[in-house]
Design a protein around this ligand. Structure first.
Ligand code: NAP
Length: 291
């Protein structure tokens, strides 16, 4: 491993380990010598990680008892936690007029409140160890925004500021906080976003504008491999002085930079252009299907 922080004996808890990015993070950490516990609701989906040497167990981030039991399980098995990778999360999409507040709250519960709760549950151990790293998986969506993804963006924006505050609060105890900002990555994420977008706009005045975005999410062409994200997590955990943020791949860095540079009006025009381009693609794909 790189940068002089030996992984042997170090213990990581990775949430959302049953799919996509989380699965890849567990595999990469195992390869780098970490002791890893993967957690998610679909325990059966983590059998291959268990076969590769991880311990795995159930975690429902909308259930306080499940979160407590998960952290307790890691401490009982390994006696310490050196890294918490808060990776679990999902995108529930739809126009703000259409998405029920119950669904918005559910998304906040998993993407934001549970993420902070997991931090609260591991921090006493990390403080006692006088060391540890919390890695929060945000998104390029945590900086900019696009229409019809309002609640998802809100959860990731919230996660970004909470991570900054937490970093300063826990730094005196030797605990570090790192944010990972992935761009588009192959996983189950985009299918969930497309499904929720279609569902929320079934009988909606926004339906015609939403449909091209749903098609784009279903296609998700050009998405990067999850390894680009797990490599960034390993880099952060291997470094003696990790950066505050790791945006990856290049597309994420470019989008974040663009949002930072552009005035609000220009960003709005850019998102409108993006939706129109998606609509043109959907129309021409429809014509191709008819021919
Ligand atoms: P994914 O393939 O859909 O995986 C999501 C993971 O989160 C699954 O393991 C799922 O496990 C877990 N999860 C969801 N709800 C949960 C709950 N209530 N309790 C416990 N676990 C829950 O998506 P992914 O792309 O790997 O996403 C990982 C992270 O990357 C997310 O935070 C996402 O927002 C972020 N991200 C993804 C992309 C992308 O393009 N893929 C881009 C930027 C950021 P169970 O269903 O088994 O519980």
């Amino acid at each position: 491993m790189s940068a002089g922080r030996p992984a042997a004996g170090r213990v990581a808890l990775v949430t959302g380990a049953s799919a996509g990015i989380g699965k890849s993070i567990v595999r990469r950490l195992l390869q780098h010598g970490w002791t890893v516990h993967g957690a998610a609701r679909r325990v059966e989906q983590m059998a291959e990680l268990a076969a590769a040497g991880a311990t795995v167990g159930p975690l429902d981030l909308s259930d306080e008892a499940s979160m407590k039991a998960c952290v307790r399980r890691v401490l009982d098995a390994h006696g310490r936690i050196d890294a918490l990778v808060n990776n679990a999360g999902y995108g529930s999409y739809g126009a703000l007029e259409d998405v029920s507040l119950a669904e918005a709250r559910r998304q906040f519960e998993v993407n934001v409140f549970a993420l902070v709760r997991m931090c609260q549950l591991v921090l006493p151990t990390m403080r006692a160890q006088r060391g540890g790293t919390i890695v929060n998986v945000s998104s390029m969506a945590g900086r900019g925004w696009t229409p019809f993804g309002g609640w998802y963006h809100a959860t990731k924006h919230a996660l970004e500021v909470l991570s900054d505050v937490l970093r300063v609060e826990v730094e005196p105890f030797g605990v570090r906080v790192v944010v990972i900002q992935p761009g588009r990555v192959e996983s189950e994420w985009a299918a969930t976003a497309a499904r929720t977008l279609r569902k929320s706009s079934r009988a909606s005045v926004y339906r015609d504008r939403v449909e091209p975005l749903a098609a784009l999410l279903e296609d998700y062409g050009g998405a990067a491999s999850p390894e680009v994200v797990s490599d960034a997590v390993v880099r952060a955990l291997s470094s003696a002085a990790p950066r505050r943020r790791y945006a990856t791949p290049l597309e994420a860095r470019a989008a974040i930079l663009l949002h930072w540079l552009l005035p609000d009006a220009a960003w709005e025009r850019l998102t409108a252009l993006g939706l129109r381009a998606a609509a043109r693609r959907t129309r021409s794909a429809g014509r191709d299907d008819q021919n």
